[in-house]
Write a protein that binds this ligand. Structure first.
Ligand code: G3P
Length: 218
């Protein structure tokens, strides 16, 4: 399973990269705004800076919602750096744009996916990644993980190569459950990755090992 971090914060990206388990980064316009990145030049420079920190794929989202606009923006993003993946919303013109980029060999991430039907369409259009937002589904009392399971089944039935990128991951159990049901990738906050480290028995056990070592070497 690939681990992506869902942030535009360079310090957090560096911290995740330094752990040695990071496979990529996802961003979105809200995450860019949160870091105070505005204006086309600043946005492009920020994506470049992210690509220089990580080795893997970096999703950069288009703002346009019409086909021509998405193609223009997406091509400019893809030219920025070979690690850029063009993030396209799940709308009608988005499907056309996914097909366009897929035909050109440009990687894509279809975002804002909330149903199996949408995921099927994204795969048909040749998306590299599909991003079902599991946390936002859980927020409205539906089961985000069930959607991942359904998409896994559909993609396996037809050997679709589109990778399931579980997005809107909020906590460590989302990560563990996504791994159990076969999501290809998860993207979440740094805490969803570092939280996997935690177990009180590990802490207690290590304290005991160190205390015993210190006693016998005193
Ligand atoms: O990048 C898209 C997605 O991961 C957003 O997550 O927590 O805003 O629902 P969240």
């Amino acid at each position: 399973m690939k681990f992506f971090i869902d942030t535009a914060n360079l310090d957090q990206i560096k911290e995740a990269q330094a752990l040695g388990v990071l496979d990529g980064v996802t961003t979105n316009p809200s995450l860019m705004a949160k870091e105070g990145i505005k204006g086309e030049k600043a946005v492009l420079n920020h994506y470049k800076a992210i690509c220089e920190i990580v080795d893997g794929d970096v999703s950069a989202e288009v703002i346009a919602t019409d086909f021509e606009g998405m193609v223009k923006e997406g091509e400019a993003l893809a030219e920025l750096h070979p690690q850029i993946v063009v993030k396209i919303p799940m709308i009608k013109d988005g499907i056309k744009a996914l097909k366009h980029f897929s035909d050109k060999g440009i990687k894509t991430n279809c975002t804002l996916v909330f149903s199996a039907g949408q995921a099927l369409l994204a795969a048909k259009a040749g998306a590299t990644y599909v991003s079902p937002f599991i946390g936002r589904l859980d927020d409205i009392s539906t089961d985000g993980l069930q959607l991942i399971e359904q998409i896994r089944l559909i993609y396996d039935n037809y050997a679709f190569e589109t990778q399931i990128l579980a997005a809107s991951v909020r906590h460590t159990m989302h990560v563990v459950e996504c791994a159990s049901i076969g999501a290809d990738v998860m993207t979440g906050p740094l805490s969803s990755i570092t939280g996997l480290l935690k177990h009180p028995l590990t802490d207690n056990g290590l304290a005991q090992f160190l205390a015993d070592h210190a006693k016998s070497n005193a």
